[in-house]
Design a protein around this ligand. Structure first.
Ligand code: MN
Ligand code: MN
Length: 450
C-alpha cells in the first residue's frame, strides 16, 4: 500500500465509487460560487444536528460558524484534547463583474470583467457563462442572481476574434488581454431611445426581472462562471469534468468526512475550516489569514467553561492537526516535461501527500514535518487507503501555495494533501472518481485517528 501504491479501481467496488461521485456531482453543479458552497454546507450541517455558534449554550458537541457567508468553521467533539481539521478553500478562478460594468459599443451591450485567480485567459473566450451572485440594495435587501443556471436561461459569452482577422503571431500571454474580456449582454435597442439604446434596453430588462438599478451593481458580488454541467468523462466514465473542483472537491470530502467521522469523549475533536480568497493569497476577513476561526475556537473554550485566553487557545492548537486539503496536479500525459515523473501523482492511485509546496529553493514553501508525514502514512497504510507522494512540478517549474503556511504559522501541525486534477484552473477540470472517493476515505480515517 502507499508508495507505488494500489490502483483504487482494483480494490473498491465500482458501485460505492459511483454513489459518492453522484452525490458530489449534485453538489458541484449547485456550488457555483463561494456563497452557494457555504449555503449548501450550512444546510447539510444543520440537517446533521450542528447548531450555529450564536445558539451554543456550552453543552452541544456539534457547532459551526458561517463567516460572512463565504467561509466556515465546524467542530464536533471534545475540543480540550485538540482538534483534527480538514481545511480547504471554496473560491475558484472566475470572472468578476467590475463595479460599474455596463457599456455599449457598435450597438451591442456588454459588461466589463475583472478576472479572479490564476487563470489562462484564452480558456474563457467563446465559452457559455452564467452570471451568479448577489446584489445588495441601498436598504440592505439582498437579491440573488443566477442567470444561465437553468437550461431555459440565456447564457453569456466573451466572443473570441475570428481566426481570419487574428493572424498576429503573439505570445498567448500577450494575445489575450484582460481589457478584451467583455461579455455580450444584448443587441436589441430600447424603442424611442437615441443614445445607448441597447444598453438601456438591457438595464430595463434587468430592472423588470430583478428590480435592480444600474447603481446597485456597485454593491454586488457577481461572478461569471462556466455554464457547464458536471459530466462523466471518458468512454469508461472514470473522470468527472466540472468547474470548481479546485478546491470545492476537498471542501466536500472534508465536510462528508466530518459528518461521518466517529468521535468519543476521550478522543480529539474533529472539524473543518473552509476559507475564501485562497486563489488571491488568502487575504481579507474570510481568507486563511483572517481571525474568525480563532475567535470561534475561543468562544467554544469560554462557553465550555475552559479559559479563553490566547495561551489556552495555543495549548489546544498545539494538540491539533491540520490536513491542508487542496487539489494537486496529476501527471499530464501530453506534458511530461513539466513533471518529475516519480514524484507526480497518477490518476486512480488515491490521495496525493504533498510534503511541501513552493518552487526553486523551496521559497515560500510550507513543508510538513517528517513525524507528521509518518503518522499520516501509517494510518493510511493500516486502513488500506491508497495514497501517493505528489509534488506540483519540476523543481524550478512548479509553484503554487495553499492555506497550509497560514495554519502552520499559528502552530498547527500541518500537512498538504488532496486529489490530483488534470486541467486545474480551467473552466472544466478533471478528477478521477477513484481519487475523489479515496480522498474522502483518507480524510475520514485521519480525522478519527490522528
Ligand atoms: Mn486550491
Ligand atoms: Mn487553485
Amino acid at each position: 500500500m502507499g508508495l507505488k501504491g494500489h490502483l483504487v479501481w482494483d480494490k473498491r467496488e465500482r458501485q460505492e465509487i459511483e454513489e459518492f461521485s453522484n452525490e458530489y456531482k449534485k453538489f458541484i453543479e449547485f456550488a457555483k460560487t463561494e456563497r452557494l458552497t457555504i449555503a449548501y454546507f450550512e444546510d447539510l450541517l444543520k440537517k446533521s444536528g450542528f447548531i450555529k455558534v450564536e445558539e451554543f449554550t456550552g453543552v452541544e458537541d456539534q457547532v459551526y460558524l458561517a463567516n460572512r457567508s463565504k467561509s466556515l468553521i465546524a467542530v464536533k467533539g471534545n475540543i480540550k484534547n485538540g482538534i483534527n481539521f480538514v481545511v480547504a478553500h471554496v473560491d475558484s478562478p472566475r470572472l468578476d463583474l467590475k463595479p460599474y460594468p455596463f457599456y455599449e459599443e457598435s450597438e451591442i451591450a456588454l459588461v466589463k470583467t475583472h478576472y479572479y485567480g490564476g487563470l489562462k485567459k484564452y480558456q474563457w473566450f467563446s465559452l457559455p457563462l452564467a452570471l451568479v451572485g448577489i446584489v445588495v440594495k441601498e436598504n440592505g435587501e439582498k437579491i440573488d442572481v443566477c442567470i444561465g443556471c437553468s437550461d431555459k436561461d440565456p447564457v453569456f459569452v466573451l466572443p473570441d476574434l475570428l481566426p481570419h482577422l487574428d493572424k498576429e503571431d503573439n505570445k498567448v500571454s500577450e494575445h489575450f488581454k484582460a481589457d478584451k474580456m467583455n461579455v455580450v449582454l444584448g443587441s436589441i435597442p430600447l424603442q424611442g431611445e437615441e443614445n445607448e439604446a441597447v444598453k438601456k434596453n438591457v438595464l430595463k430588462l434587468i430592472k423588470d426581472k430583478y428590480g435592480i438599478d444600474e447603481e446597485d451593481f456597485v454593491s454586488a458580488d457577481l461572478e461569471l462562471v462556466p455554464a457547464l454541467k458536471p459530466r462523466d468523462v471518458g468512454i469508461d466514465s472514470s473522470f468527472i469534468g466540472a468547474y470548481g473542483h479546485d478546491d470545492r472537491i476537498c471542501a466536500y470530502e472534508g465536510v462528508m468526512a466530518l459528518l461521518n467521522a466517529q468521535t468519543s469523549e476521550n478522543q480529539k475533536a474533529v472539524g473543518v475550516i473552509l476559507f475564501d480568497r485562497e486563489e488571491i493569497g488568502s487575504e481579507g476577513d474570510s481568507g486563511a489569514q483572517a481571525r474568525f476561526y480563532k475567535a470561534f475556537l475561543r468562544k467554544l473554550l469560554k462557553m465550555r467553561g475552559i479559559s479563553d485566553t490566547e495561551s489556552a487557545l495555543d495549548e489546544i492548537i498545539a494538540k491539533s492537526t491540520v490536513l491542508s486539503a487542496d487539489v494537486t496536479t496529476l501527471q499530464d500525459p501530453s506534458y511530461p516535461e513539466v513533471h518529475d515523473k516519480i514524484n507526480a501523482a497518477k490518476a486512480g492511485y488515491g490521495v496525493g501527500l504533498v510534503k511541501y509546496t513552493g518552487r526553486g529553493g523551496k521559497g515560500g514553501a510550507s513543508e510538513a514535518h517528517a513525524e507528521l508525514v509518518a503518522r499520516v502514512r501509517g494510518i493510511l497504510n493500516k486502513n488500506g487507503i491508497s495514497w501517493q507522494p505528489s509534488l506540483l512540478g519540476k523543481v524550478d517549474v512548479g509553484g503554487g501555495g495553499t492555506v497550509a503556511k497560514f495554519l502552520a504559522q499559528e502552530g498547527f501541525d500541518t500537512i498538504d494533501m488532496g486529489p490530483g486534477l488534470l486541467g486545474m484552473h480551467s473552466p472544466f477540470e478533471l478528477v478521477s472518481k477513484a481519487d475523489l472517493y479515496e480522498t474522502y476515505l483518507a480524510f475520514k480515517v485521519l480525522l478519527e485517528k490522528l
